[in-house]
Design a protein around this ligand. Structure first.
Ligand code: DC
Length: 223
């Protein structure tokens, strides 16, 4: 038995479930590394868009994924930054156009295959919090603890609405609910690595919970 194998904790779930925030909180609290796998799909999408790659060509997009030149760095002020070919893209990968393209490229099996080893290489001592959709089912099937965080589409849309209002963006709530349902549908029904809890996952529904309540519940499941 390899006693020094790093601990892996997977956190899967749909967009807006609070996974990102909670993964960061847990990683900081436990002193573990963090894998934001969604950022990798966003980076592939952005790199392909910048290169003028045809997003309808699985072959071309998977070549971009295999050659992805990315650095995840922690700045002196503790903020996480992402560099794509040396250029800071931390905010650029969160744009709506990139979100849509990421969801498209994430459905290509060869893109997912090209990112597999890169994702697994994040599992180093003392441990890893892996945030995504298929962390517990595909990327880290032998993870020590698997969590699946979910919330109703309405609750997730409301959280997104508040975030966008804070940024001064005007959005329509009904449209947000519709978009979230559409994305859930696409992520849950794709043939490869669909969004679904691993058989041995602990499912947490955060619809009526605060972030702190979810954090406490997750920590209890881990320790
Ligand atoms: O979590 P996110 O919104 O940053 O993810 C961006 C896209 O990538 C989203 O459409 C889901 C997809 N994704 C995936 O297919 N598998 C993962 N492990 C993480 C994200």
């Amino acid at each position: 038995m390899n006693v020094s194998a790093p601990i892996v904790i997977t956190i899967d779930g749909p967009s807006g479930s609070g996974k990102g925030t909670l993964s960061q909180m847990l990683a900081r609290h436990l002193g573990y590394h963090l894998l934001d796998s969604g950022a990798l799909y966003r980076l592939v999408a952005l790199a392909a868009m910048k290169k003028g790659t045809d997003l309808n060509s699985e072959d071309e997009v998977s070549q971009v994924a295999a050659a992805l030149d990315v650095i995840f760095s922690l700045e002196n002020d503790n903020s996480a930054q992402i560099l794509l070919e040396g250029v800071k893209v931390t905010d650029a990968i969160r744009q709506e156009a990139v979100s849509m393209a990421a969801s498209k490229v994430a459905a290509y099996p060869s893109v997912r295959a090209a990112l597999l080893d890169r994702q697994r290489s994040f599992a180093v001592s003392p441990g890893l919090i892996a945030d995504g959709r298929d962390m517990g089912t595909t990327v880290f099937p032998t993870a020590h603890v698997k969590l699946f965080l979910t919330a109703s589409a309405e609750a997730r849309a409301e959280r997104r609405y508040k975030q966008l209002c804070k940024k001064g963006e005007i959005v329509d709530m009904a449209e947000l609910v519709r978009d979230i349902r559409e994305r859930d549908e696409r992520d849950s029904n794709r043939s490869i690595s669909p969004l679904k809890p691993a058989k041995d996952a602990v499912i947490i529904d955060s619809t009526t919970m605060t972030i702190d309540e979810v954090f406490t519940k997750m920590l209890a499941a881990i320790t």
